[in-house]
Every structure is written in structure tokens, then in C-alpha cells.
Design a protein around this ligand. Structure first.
Ligand code: GRF
Length: 212
């Protein structure tokens, strides 16, 4: 059974999609805790309704980024996670934090990386006039919104799109690809090769297990 810790800052709809998939599909995984840097994050209520431990580590309680990240790291480590999932966690992380969780830290970003790293991705996609937009699940590296890509979803940009309609179309796909990526990790099917992630076929895993 793999332990997952999910970090949120707000609504937590991606966190909810992962929790629901685990509940419905009985993966060999449990969400050990949901941790927020904001006490009023709406997603915390969902976590407690689902019997998931939650904690708040507020960045406002720390004088600088390094001390906050260290406290956050310690709060996460208390749950002995195999995987840490950033789900709308609106903080830039220090290299020390990223190193500590290297290879077991996933993020979802609402664009087709490497296009549009950073904030306001939907607005920028509309401004740029791209015909396709989407979302990316990637392993986190010290380089913001970069890192080996696990999953991407593509959506069309329609002529009458607004930021709201486009972001809703992308979010729907986020709720598909993030649980899928987490499940692949939990099943041990992701291999990071430099900047690339290979997904091992299910049958290869079964063969490995038989041989083990
Ligand atoms: C999502 O669009 C995600 O891609 C981005 O922040 C948003 C979080 O939404 N990183 P939610 O809190 O998961 O509903």
C-alpha cells in the first residue's frame, strides 16, 4: 500500500478527483493526508468528510521561503509518503524541498508545457491565439513548471472561448489525467529517463512480479 500526501491551496478539485478514483477503483494506495498552506482552503472540508487527515502549514507563520519549506517538508514526512502530489498548491518551492522529494513529487499545470509556464495560462493561451491548449502532469524539478512529463491532455481552443470556458474545458481533462498519472506511479509503471518518462505496460509489470 502506497502512502500519498496531497498539497492544496484552494478548491482542491484535482485532489477530489484523485481521492474519488482511489475509493472507486481500489488502487493499492491511500491518501495519508491533505496539507494546505491556507487555513480556508475549501478542499480541507472534503478531506475531513472523507476521513482523511489534514493539516495546515501557513506560509504566513514563517519569515522566509526556506523555513516554511522545511516546516512543510517535516509535516509531509510525518506521513511517510511514497508520493507527494501538488494539486493547486500555489507556492514556488525551494531547491532543497524539491531535492528531498525528487522522483516522488508530481504537479499538474494548466497548459501544454513547455508552453505557458507560470500563472494566467488560459488568458495567455487566448492572447497567443493558439488552436490547442491543455494540461500537463509532470515530475517536479527545481526549474518552475518544467520537469519530466508524465501525461498531457489536449483541448481545442474555440473561436468564442473566454478564460472561463477554456479553463473549464481544461479542468475537466485535468480530472482525467491526474488520477491516471498518480495510478501509474502507484503501480510502479513510471520510469524517468532524463527528461522523458516511460510508461511500462501493465503486462510487463505483471511479468516482473511473477519473476520476483
Ligand atoms: C488547476 O487548474 C491546476 O492545474 C493548477 O491549479 C488549479 C487548481 O485547481 N495548478 P483545484 O484546486 O485542483 O481545483
Amino acid at each position: 500500500m502506497k502512502n500519498i500526501v496531497i498539497l492544496i491551496s484552494g478548491r482542491g478539485s484535482n485532489m477530489q478527483s484523485i481521492v474519488r478514483c482511489i475509493e472507486e477503483q481500489a488502487w493499492p494506495a491511500r491518501v495519508a493526508a491533505v496539507i494546505s498552506n491556507k487555513a480556508d482552503a475549501a478542499g480541507l472540508a472534503f478531506a475531513s468528510e472523507h476521513g482523511i487527515a489534514s493539516a495546515v502549514v501557513s506560509n504566513k507563520d514563517f519569515p522566509d521561503r526556506a523555513s516554511f519549506d522545511l516546516a512543510l517538508q517535516q509535516a509531509i514526512d510525518a506521513y511517510m509518503p511514497d508520493l507527494v502530489v501538488l494539486a493547486g498548491f500555489m507556492r514556488i518551492l525551494t531547491p532543497g524541498f524539491v531535492d528531498h522529494f525528487a522522483g516522488r513529487l508530481l504537479n499538474i499545470h494548466p497548459s501544454l508545457l513547455p508552453s505557458f509556464p507560470g500563472l494566467h495560462t488560459h488568458e495567455r493561451a487566448l492572447e497567443a491565439g493558439v488552436k490547442f491548449h491543455g494540461a500537463t502532469v509532470h515530475f517536479v524539478t527545481a526549474d518552475l513548471d518544467h520537469g519530466p512529463i508524465v501525461e498531457q491532455a489536449v483541448v481545442p481552443v474555440l473561436p468564442d472561448d473566454t478564460e472561463e470556458t477554456l479553463s473549464a474545458r481544461v479542468l475537466k481533462e485535468e480530472h482525467v489525467i491526474y488520477p491516471r498519472a498518480v495510478r501509474l506511479f502507484v503501480e510502479g509503471r513510471l520510469r524517468i529517463l532524463g527528461n522523458r518518462v516511460d510508461v511500462l505496460p501493465e503486462c510487463a509489470q505483471q511479468t516482473e512480479k511473477v519473476q520476483a
